[in-house]
Design a protein around this ligand. Structure first.
Ligand code: ATP
Ligand code: MG
Length: 426
């Protein structure tokens, strides 16, 4: 079986081996980005569908129907990888069902609240779950409990990138795989070397350092520990002179009542690098004082077309709107997205900081992962101390990504990051 499959497409020996062993009720392909998890699990998926009994439903779940389309369906319909089987897959982007080998396959987005009630009422024979760490543990447990067609070996195939070793998927399912009979396959980036260009592999290896390297390149479930931007080097990242800007992207603002308020003005240089152009550091005062201070700042510096404000700073947002500032929007606040983007930009020297941003430059070396585990912070969040300007930078970079990403085409965005949706206007 293994050898025959290895001839299909360009399955590596490890891919084929995992497909041969994927006979358990719960099979989890986990590991590095672009390491072949999705393609491998989809091969298994195509082998399973023709065997499914009519008495059970078949479901494919991603974060949204659109991610199912982009991550899974476009691959399944790729003849170069799946050969003739690709002709037996049909799906219209956004539709609630697809057809694979003549069978109806329900397509669900886990971030859609209706997904849970849909699954609750089902009897499922086969399920496929993309980015398994992103669903709630209760959702996962409920999905498993719906695999209940008598006389058929029901299966759930999942893929995911690594997260914290404390994540429920790791602690409750992967670490207990032997005891509970699950199958777990771990892939590193280099496991898929045969199917990737060497420049692409080197680019990814250069981009991901520290925590991100351990998780996204080596496929390890590692704790977030130590300095967050450990790739930061003043020699490389701090500039005395700014190049001409092709675009001013916006200002990220972290408001503060019992700690300093902070702003970072972000621009895109003509060298296609991002620049923290200057910082706004208002003195302590009322919300109205801060709004006046920001007005002065904007009169003295290039005017930001957008104000990406800490979503919880309701008072300041209201004041800025009242005072006629343009485009006051909620900043994108997902830590993994913002921290990951900045780390990748620093590693590849695509983000630089002007020397006038003295508060930001003071904060970066002491910006560390929170280890207190006080029940309020999650693994993978920064210590909330002296982080105001780092937060403002994160808001500016993450919220404006739609504008600058096209100028930095080699930057790789890992799965969970790519799908974080743009925040709505405040
Ligand atoms: N057997 C194969 N034959 C041909 N190409 C393959 C094969 N396996 C992987 N690839 C190529 O490698 C790329 C990455 O594989 P895949 O999408 O499965 O990675 P992944 O581990 O799911 O990555 P991510 O974590 O980023 O989702 C695919 O887009 C495809 O181009
Ligand atoms: Mg994948």
């Amino acid at each position: 079986m293994t050898l025959k499959l290895a001839k299909l497409g360009r399955l590596t020996t490890k891919q084929a081996w995992s497909i041969g062993r994927a006979t358990a009720k719960i099979c989890i392909w986990n590991g590095a980005v672009s390491s072949g998890k999705t393609i491998t699990s989809l091969f298994k998926w195509l082998m399973l569908i023709p065997t499914a009994p009519q008495t059970g439903e078949i479901v494919m779940i991603g974060r949204t129907r659109d991610t199912v389309y982009r991550n899974l369906m476009t691959q399944l319909m790729n003849r170069e990888i799946f050969g003739d089987a690709a002709d037996h897959v049909s799906y219209n982007r956004g539709a609630p069902t697809a057809t694979i080998f003549g069978r109806t396959v329900h397509i669900l987005g886990s971030s859609d609240v209706r997904a849970e009630s849909t699954i609750r009422g089902m009897t499922i024979c086969l399920a496929y779950l993309d980015e398994a760490t992103l669903v709630a543990q209760e959702f996962f447990a409920m999905l498993v409990s719906r695999l209940r067609v008598k006389g058929f070996k029901c299966q759930l195939l999942c893929t995911t990138n690594p997260d914290s070793p404390r994540h429920w998927l790791k602690a409750e399912y992967m670490d207990r795989a032997d005891e509970l009979g699950h199958r777990v396959f771990n892939f590193k980036l280099r496991d898929n070397a045969r199917n990737l260009e060497i420049e692409y592999i080197r680019g990814l290896e250069a981009q991901y350092t520290g925590l991100w390297r351990a998780r996204f390149i080596d496929g390890e479930w590692t704790m977030a520990d130590g300095v967050i931007y450990d790739m930061f080097d003043p020699e490389k990242h701090v500039v005395e002179t700014l190049p001409e800007m092709q675009d001013i992207l916006g200002i990220g603002i972290d408001d503060g009542i019992d700690h300093p308020a902070a702003g970072i003005l972000l621009g895109l240089g003509i060298d296609n690098r991002l620049y923290a152009i200057t910082e706004w550091a208002p003195p302590a005062g009322t919300t109205a004082d801060r709004s006046k201070s920001l007005r002065r700042f904007e009169n003295e510096n290039p005017k930001p077309p957008y104000h990406f404000v800490d979503p919880s700073a309701k008072g300041l947002k209201m004041q800025l709107n009242r005072d006629g500032f343009q485009n006051v929007a909620n900043a994108t606040n997902g830590h993994s997205l913002g921290l990951g983007l900045i780390a990748s930009l620093l590693s590849t020297e695509q983000l630089r900081i002007h020397a006038s941003c003295t508060n930001l430059l003071d904060e970066i070396p002491g910006y560390v992962w929170d280890k207190t585990k006080d029940g309020k912070t999650k693994d993978g969040e920064p210590l909330k101390e002296n982080d105001d300007f780092c937060d403002a930078l994160r808001y500016a970079v993450a919220s404006s990504r739609g504008f600058w990403l096209p100028y930095l085409p080699t930057l790789h965005i890992a799965g969970p990051m790519a799908d974080d949706r743009m925040e709505e206007a405040a």
